[in-house]
Design a protein around this ligand. Structure first.
Ligand code: M6R
Length: 609
């Protein structure tokens, strides 16, 4: 939550900060601000609302400066308003701070600082940082920040500047991400790499307890005690084009359409069509360590959790390994039972989700084998697991996860096959059969996307509904959950996902002509059961849509509308069935005029509890 950015170099600083903030806006968008230094004077501009408002404000009344910092906020402490927007200042106005995270002990710190004579202007936790830096300032900004952070409890990625020590931005990290971009006579700090891609591909990732002192001529890295650090410079392969809309109305739509390629890219180089072998040498966990695994626990949040529920079916069916799937936010507080023969799989697109990271840290005390399935290279979660299986989805900007879900499914299918091979649970013929099915999925996804127009026409009939039910069984129950999540998060229509068989235990009471039901009904082992559930709804005047195999004639007689998908190995139906549900939600939300890429109250990376 929240995005921070900083720039120092010869270019005009405000446009770089604004462009950077737009690329970080997915992290939070209830207020924004910048601070720039001009001839030993700090100028701050803040607005309630989105970056576009800040940009307009700065056009009407421009700020000039040689370096500066910016912030886009997702409010945690203090309501979204101009006063609570970052950057925050000390009593003298000579120090400003932008912050991503939560300072948990801000109330006692604030009380103490007030007693010492500091005056506070906001309701935020962040403001204490500015006053602490003020308190400890003697000669250098980095020394003051080093002392200030000793007093902080919680999570923070901060960027600080001061007119008392000109020409530098000091960044510090404990929790949320901080990346430093190394350019040609210009340097950057940011919450992620997206704002930097137009300027440099040379990136340094800060670890917890590390700081960067960023100047135009160079960057110095040190720890919180001031010891100088040699940091590895990573070369990033993502290109600036990947974070453009490419002619689509929204990032979400572009990302939905990228799914065939994303699945291809995630499978590429990891499967052999000759031998049926899965090659995951890169993951950092040896086949020997995996061989002794007796169970797996998947930990995740949101859409990644739904991918985990599908993954349970893949792993249990293909590798015959029992799997529990857990919400990270619940699991971390449980008396969980794990041992060193448990494979803990943390699934996270961003690799920064606070609950997933905290759950990972909690389980590590029991010494399981830990694996991240993650999309962002070098993010916090894969840095703390024994191994990582990266999804090759490229940057996902839309707050609603779409292409990364498909990439996670591809990674989970690979993992299931790999585990099955390592444990001798599958023969070559069976392997080849699964691999061939997987290989055909991208093409089948393209066939579905080619029908987007007819899905749009169908979706438009439901724009004014207020409630929706999504039903699936078996491996498609998580698809129902994901379809419902997509609809509610981007269109604000109430939607519930349910296993079909649970209908008669309560939810069926909701059925009337105002509550349509979206069903996922491939011809699989529970097809007949789903037909019975459909019939139960139909007899109560419910309206039914069905995502079903295109060659299924029977279903057409049973439901009101069919959304056809190509037939596929039943276990892999989620790869295909999810796409029409994403499109259905997208077209409804878009028609309702919702802010599809940045739905209200949400942020892409939930880096606070
Ligand atoms: O980055 P992560 O995969 O850990 O994020 C998990 C959830 O925050 C995320 O999937 C969220 O639910 C999305 N809004 C879903 O579209």
């Amino acid at each position: 939550m929240c995005g921070i950015i900083g720039y120092t170099g010869p270019k005009s600083v405000v446009p770089i900060l604004i462009e950077g903030l737009k690329k970080l806006e997915y992290r939070g968008y209830d207020s924004a601000g910048v601070a720039v230094v001009n001839k030993s004077k700090i100028q701050v501009r803040r607005v309630k609302g989105k970056i576009i408002g800040l940009e307009k404000n700065l056009k009407l009344s421009p700020l000039n400066g040689s370096y500066g910092v910016g912030h886009t906020r997702w409010a945690t402490h203090g309501r979204p308003c101009e006063e609570n927007a970052h950057p925050h200042q000390d009593c003298t106005g000579s120090i400003v701070v932008v912050h991503n995270g939560i300072i948990e002990n801000y109330l006692p710190l604030k009380q103490k600082l007030k007693e010492e004579g500091h005056t506070f202007c906001t309701e935020t936790d962040t403001e204490v940082i500015a006053h602490l830096v003020e308190k400890y300032f003697q000669s250098s900004l980095e020394e003051a920040v080093q002392q200030a952070v000793q007093e902080l409890e919680g999570a923070y990625a901060i960027a600080v500047l001061s007119t008392r020590d000109l020409g530098k931005i000091v960044a510090a990290k404990d929790g949320p991400p901080v990346v430093v971009g190394l350019g040609d006579k210009e340097n950057f700090v940011s919450s992620d790499i997206n704002p930097l891609l137009n300027y440099t591909q040379k990136i340094v990732f800060l670890e917890d307890g590390e700081m960067a002192v960023i100047g135009t001529q160079g960057v110095k890295f040190c720890d919180f005690k001031g010891s100088v650090l040699e940091k590895k410079v990573e070369h990033i392969t993502w290109s600036p084009l990947m974070i453009e809309k490419g002619g689509f109305k929204h990032f979400m739509l572009k990302e939905i359409f990228e799914q065939p390629q994303v699945v291809r890219d995630t499978l590429k180089g990891r499967i052999s069509l000759d031998s049926g072998k899965i090659c995951l040498d890169e993951i950092g966990i040896t086949p020997e360590s995996l061989k002794d695994i007796t169970r797996a626990v998947i930990i995740a949040c949101g859409t990644s959790y739904h991918a985990g529920l599908v993954g349970k079916y893949f792993l249990e069916t293909i590798a015959r390994v029992p799997v529990d799937v857990e919400f990270a936010s619940e699991y971390r507080y449980r008396e969980f039972i794990l041992d060193e023969k448990t494979l803990v799989i943390v699934i996270s697109q961003s690799g920064e989700t606070a609950d997933s990271l905290a759950a990972l840290r909690a389980v590590k005390e029991k010494n399981p084998v830990s694996l991240a399935i993650c999309n962002v290279v070098n993010s916090s979660i894969p840095r703390e697991t024994d191994g990582v299986l990266y999804t090759h989805a490229g940057p996902e900007i839309g707050v609603a996860a779409t292409k990364t879900f498909s990439a996670q499914l591809a990674a989970l299918a690979l993992l299931a096959l790999h585990l099955a091979q390592v444990k001798g649970k599958i023969n070559e013929k069976e392997s080849l059969s699964f691999i061939e099915s997987l290989q055909r999925i991208p093409h089948k996804m393209e066939n579905i996307l080619n029908q987007a127009k007819s899905i749009e026409e169908l979706a438009l009939e439901f724009v004014s509904f207020s409630h929706f039910l999504y039903l699936g069984r078996g491996v498609n129950f998580p698809v129902a959950l994901e379809g419902a999540l997509k609809l509610k998060e981007i269109s604000y229509i109430h939607a519930e996902g349910y296993p079909g068989g649970e209908m008669k235990h309560g939810p069926i009471a909701l059925i009337d002509e105002k509550m349509p039901t979206m069903t996922i009904v491939p011809r699989d082992g529970v097809y007949e059961k789903m037909l019975s559930n459909i019939s139960e709804i139909k007899t109560r005047d419910g309206y039914i849509l069905a995502v079903a195999f295109e060659d299924d004639e029977e279903i057409k007689e049973k439901v009101d509308k069919v959304i056809p998908i190509p037939s596929v190995h039943p276990l892999f139906t989620p790869f295909l069935a999810t796409l029409p549900l994403q499109l259905f939600a997208y077209y409804i939300a878009s028609k309702r005029g919702a802010d599809v890429d940045q739905p209200r109250n949400l942020a892409k990376s939930v880096t606070v509890e």
